[in-house]
Design a protein around this ligand. Structure first.
Ligand SMILES: Nc1nc2c(ncn2[C@@H]2O[C@H](COP(=O)(O)OP(=O)(O)OP(=O)(O)O)[C@@H](O)[C@H]2O)c(=O)[nH]1
Ligand SMILES: [Zn+2]
Length: 332
């Protein structure tokens, strides 16, 4: 155990976690957050102390939650052994490489996802939508961050295209190297808040993090608990402390095509199409040449966007083709 000055609130403790601790447990358990997952042990942080503990929960049944980074975990106050994982506010999963039927937990209890794209020829609304669907599936609100505004004369064109994805979607335009621009993200990165970044390679995610951190490199943000044993540990995933008091979780392997269980997220992002499809005469309408297709009618009437239709169809086809998971749309 290592003593620290941190409080549970600073670690992201919330009323909905506190509410899960029963009266019988109070005083006998220690709530801790999983800061890092190593091979064979996990680094956890609680009020005033850090520990390295076993990731295994005695008596856990197959299908029970096991701890992943970002999780809140109850430890037995006497034995310091994990008792159970508290229900998560959000969870990122991905299909395990080599076994597409298996889902791997990536990160839990993320409060905000920054979906990052750059204002240049790499900008793609379709890609933004896929990342937003991933965030939606995880149960995390997305904020779109459009970088490299210094390389275009028309940043507002990119912002308008992003805003059109969904009413109310937050879109921030930034030069990722400009601290005063990036400060606009600080409101999501304050004390006890947990954020993650999604976006294709080269869009400027590390640059944003480094600017948020001041001059510190993200690679130097390893938490101290991981070094406690003094021996080499293979860190799989960990939380990084942000300068403003927030926490950054890496999302390794979350690529836009990794749409595990995406049907719900797609339905929400494309709720205009989902609603129209409910009105089609046939419940298994493919929205092609069938009579009474409300989607085609909407496109013809101009109430539905033809380009969004193409992207929606592709996403729905991709989700339905997911191995081991059936598409969830009506009539399928
Ligand atoms: N001009 C300009 N360049 C930027 C901006 N943001 C990032 N860059 C540059 O774009 C390149 C890629 O940025 P990174 O931050 O490494 O991108 P990334 O998203 O972390 O990429 P991966 O690590 O591959 O996922 C670097 O050369 C950055 O300096 C920006 O707002 N303006
Ligand atoms: Zn139809």
């Amino acid at each position: 155990m290592t003593h620290t000055a941190q409080t549970l609130d600073a670690l992201g403790w919330r009323a909905q976690f506190a509410a899960q601790v029963t009266a019988a447990e109070a005083g006998r358990v220690v709530p801790v957050r999983v800061m890092a997952v190593h091979r064979g042990q996990i680094a956890v942080a609680g009020a005033g102390a850090d520990w390295l503990v076993s990731p295994y929960i005695a008596g856990a049944l197959p299908g029970d939650d096991h701890p992943t980074v970002g999780d809140w975990l109850l430890l037995d106050a006497e034995t310091v052994q994990p008792i159970r994982v508290l229900a998560r506010t959000s969870l990122f999963t991905r299909r395990a490489p080599g076994d597409p039927t298996k889902e791997q937990m990536i990160a839990a209890n993320v409060d905000t996802v920054f979906v990052v794209a750059s204002c240049n020829q790499d900008f793609s609304v379709a890609r933004l939508e896929r990342y937003i669907v991933l965030a939606r599936e995880a149960g995390v609100p997305a904020v779109v961050v459009l970088t490299k505004t210094d390389l275009t004369d028309t940043p507002e064109t990119f912002a308008a295209a992003a805003r059109a994805i969904e009413p109310g979607l937050r879109v921030e335009l930034v030069n990722g190297r400009d601290a005063s621009d990036v400060a606009r993200l600080a409101g999501w990165c304050g004390v006890g808040q947990t954020v993650a970044f999604l976006g294709s390679s080269g869009v400027g995610k590390s640059t944003l993090v480094n600017t948020l951190q001041g001059s510190d490199r993200i690679a130097t943000q390893a938490i101290r608990a991981a070094d406690d044993t003094g021996r080499h540990t293979t860190t799989v995933r960990q939380m990084h402390r942000l300068a403003g008091g927030g926490w950054l979780l890496d999302l390794p392997g979350m690529r836009e095509l990794q749409l595990a269980e995406a049907a719900t997220g797609i339905a929400e992002i494309f709720d205009d199409f989902t609603a129209a499809a409910e009105e089609c005469r046939f419940s298994d309408c493919s929205h092609g040449v069938e009579p009474g297709c409300a989607v085609q009618a909407g496109i013809a009437a101009g109430t539905l966007d033809a380009e969004r239709f193409t992207r929606w169809r592709k996403l729905v086809a991709g989700a339905a083709a997911t191995p081991g998971r059936a598409g969830k749309r009506r009539g399928r």
